[in-house]
Design a protein around this ligand. Structure first.
Ligand SMILES: [Zn+2]
Length: 419
């Protein structure tokens, strides 16, 4: 089987540049900071034998992760001392020498595990310092450890013709559905719902901004349809989750009836995981298309700076909000706007739907059930369209409610649309 031969490069164990040298190199390279990173994900099609090996690497990494965690925990309890990443990397070398199974795992992959645990602890302490109540890093069970990494592309992982050559695994079949861009820096192999993927982290030169369009837009996210913008373009909620829920319920019921630890249970579990995965993919596909629409068509995109985490805690709204992936939408818009040289503005969400977008009058008791607003100044709009206009005006500083124009419109009427 095609396994990497490292001896021709004079590397038999680990010989990395000293961290100080790496940091120095970064400081010397002025481009290093300006570079942007992008991840490219491809589906892998390992053979049955390769899949077994991949699962084995994952299991070694998982055990190693749990051991590192245990060490940190014990050393703190017994000696009140922190164990550094470097110390654990050294232990990792001994571990690889001692256990034959660990020899099939690339040395830098073991280091990446130490890296991951270090990150977990850093995040934990950062949150403690910030006054939050974070959970202590956890031991990982079989279902909670699903990836391993390579910190240098070319060492342990490499594209070889149409295939991907992985240390200890061999040449794995890949579906190259699109070309990578820039230079590949690091790679990670992950397992999702029984399928294998490789993620390449690529370094790209600074993007060229898109040509300006002279258009501006405000986007209002709704609960009952996905979004409405200030041009009154509406996107209906796909309700993938709702549609697939019947299927999911059946699959979950069948899973519940299977005997613990049986092969049939594993199959049923896989089915449930695949359904969840499919729903997620459909949702992301739709949201990415919306992001593309706004990024290509508008110079300025405004949205409400909603506290999504707080809203999800509201059980009446939570399911539809999670279903529609508001957080994902905002995250993608932010990233894409930065790349395309677009302005992305988050405005104060207070009273966007209760204010008249023409005269700035504040409506009384607009609840979620009110779908249509009319105002004494002659405004008669769908509630969401009105809110989207307010969002846009707030972002561009044309908010009429601030301009003390309230007296112009004495009272406001509103009604639900008659159906
Ligand atoms: Zn008005």
């Amino acid at each position: 089987m095609g396994v990497f031969d490292y001896h021709d490069r004079g590397i038999s164990g680990i010989r990395l540049p000293h961290p100080r040298q790496v940091r120095q190199a970064h400081r010397d390279d002025p481009l290093a900071a300006a570079m942007q990173h992008k991840t490219f994900k491809y589906r892998l099609y390992p053979t049955a034998a390769q899949e077994k090996l991949l699962a084995q690497v994952l299991s070694v990494c998982r055990h190693w992760y749990n051991m590192c965690l245990e060490e940190r925990k014990l050393v703190w309890e017994l000696e009140h001392r922190f164990v550094s990443k470097a110390e654990q990397e050294k232990t990792g070398i001994c571990y690889r020498k001692t256990f034959p199974k660990a020899k099939a795992v690339f040395s830098q992959t073991m280091q990446m595990v130490c890296d991951d645990i270090d990150k977990a602890f850093k995040a934990f302490f950062r949150r403690v310092q910030a006054g939050a109540k974070p959970g202590y890093p956890r031991f990982k069970g079989y279902h909670h450890f699903d990836s391993f990494g390579f910190k240098q592309y070319g060492a342990g992982i490499k594209v070889d013709g149409r295939r991907l050559k992985v240390f200890g695994i061999g040449r794995v079949r890949v579906r190259w559905h699109r070309p990578t861009e820039g230079t590949i820096k690091t790679a990670r192999i992950c397992r999702t719902a029984g399928q294998w993927f490789v993620c390449f982290n690529c370094e790209l030169p600074d993007p060229t901004p898109l040509p300006t369009t002279g258009q501006q837009v405000g986007v209002d996210l709704n609960v009952e349809n996905l979004l409405t913008d200030s041009t009154n373009r509406r996107v209906e909620s796909p309700k993938h989750y709702g549609k697939a829920q019947g299927k999911l319920r059946l699959a979950q019921r069948s899973l519940r009836r299977k005997k613990q630890g049986s092969k049939n249970r594993r199959k049923a579990l896989r089915r449930v995981q695949r359904l969840h995965e499919r729903i997620k993919n459909q949702r992301h596909d739709l949201l990415n298309k919306e992001v593309h629409h706004y990024i290509t068509g508008y110079d300025l995109i405004a949205m409400e700076g909603l506290q999504i985490a707080n809203m999800v805690r509201n059980h009446h709204l939570s399911k539809s909000i999670l279903d529609q992936g508001w957080g994902y939408f905002r995250e993608r818009l932010t990233a894409k706007a930065a790349n395309a040289g677009r302005q992305f503005v988050l405005v104060n969400p207070a009273y966007t739907s209760q204010t008249c977008s023409r005269c700035g009058n504040l409506f009384q008791d607009v609840t979620l059930s009110v779908r249509w607003v009319t105002c004494g100044c002659g405004l008669s709009l769908a509630r969401d369209h009105n809110a989207a206009l307010n969002i846009l005006y707030r972002a561009t500083g044309q908010d009429v409610s601030v301009n003390a124009n309230v007296g112009a419109c004495d009272h406001a009427l509103f009604r639900s649309p008659r159906l």
